[in-house]
Design a protein around this ligand. Structure first.
Ligand SMILES: [Ca+2]
Ligand SMILES: [Ca+2]
Length: 285
């Protein structure tokens, strides 16, 4: 083969090669185009776990789940305000407190919608619920139970805490199965004679106030603050009463928002047997 012929063959090979490269690039683009997935238009699904329509709310939190193609946010609308829940596939929303305007026994509607990365939104879930007493000490969405036994252990007294669950309270309740037991220290202390559970400091977690009911001039009310870990060590409020030690301080507690300012007042009743009268102390505001 002459030099001219060889060059011609070489040029032809280069041209064929170039065409092949171009075709290959074109085909590869074509292939990539055909394998690219389109955004899904499947709607995400959202649901509430701890409450259903018509329930009385005894917790500071609404909890739920969402499923779909990368959930990006959970929106909760109520009373003209839109808020974001914390979390996506598993989410939690803090209810407005009394101080924030949701009064005791007031009905409110909460509309829940989940959004995914493609902009799809779920069907709305609407909850029409009524505000009850917050009894959820650990903020898991389920109300907990606190029961006192002031005669426990030779009148030292105790309070038994049972955590609520998604299946409700356990059918058989006894001291051995309590999740936590708070105990009095001395005989005659009658710890747990009166107990009030309420979210006193309005942080969403229920708190406990327990009287020791001692017939003693140093009289105590124990304030246990609720949190995600349960209850903290108590803050002890010592109140000096009758010097003759006849005042039955803490014989009864009562809680209510009597100032109508969104704060709870704790009224503690005493009875003075010698003076035959009853006094009421306001301990918390
Ligand atoms: Ca709980
Ligand atoms: Ca609290």
């Amino acid at each position: 083969m002459g030099l001219l012929m060889k060059l011609l063959v070489l040029n032809t090979s280069i041209v064929i090669c170039e065409i092949s490269v171009i075709l290959s690039i074109f085909l590869s683009f074509g292939c990539a185009e055909t394998t690219k997935t389109r955004p899904s238009n499947t709607k995400p699904i959202v649901s509430a776990i701890n409450l259903k329509n018509g329930d009385i709310v005894q917790t500071g939190f609404l909890i739920g789940t969402a499923s779909g193609d990368d959930i990006t946010k959970i929106e909760i609308s109520s009373n003209g305000k839109v808020s974001l829940a914390e979390g996506t596939n598993q989410w939690i929303y803090k209810f407005p407190t009394t101080k924030e305007g949701w009064k005791d026994d007031e009905k409110r509607s909460f509309t829940i919608v989940a959004f995914d990365k493609n902009g799809n939104s779920s069907e709305k879930v609407v909850l029409n619920v009524r505000k009850g007493v917050n009894r959820d000490l650990n903020g898991d969405g389920f109300p907990d139970l606190v029961m006192g036994d002031h005669l426990f252990d030779n009148t030292k007294g105790a309070a038994f805490i049972y955590n609520g669950t998604i299946d409700g309270m356990q059918a058989s309740i006894d001291g051995k199965k309590a999740n936590k037991i708070l105990k009095g220290k001395k005989s005659g202390e009658y710890f747990g004679k009166t107990i009030v559970v309420q979210d006193f400091d309005q942080d969403g977690y229920a708190d406990i106030v327990i009287s020791d009911f001692s017939i003693n001039k140093h009289i105590k009310a124990y304030f246990y603050k609720g949190s995600s870990d349960g209850i903290d060590a108590p803050v002890i409020k010592t109140v000096l009463r009758d010097q003759d030690q006849s005042g039955y301080f803490g014989i009864t507690f009562f809680v209510g928002d009597f100032s109508l300012k969104g704060f709870f007042n704790l009224f503690i009743k005493s009875r003075d047997d010698k003076k035959k009268n009853i006094t009421v102390d306001v301990l918390e505001e």
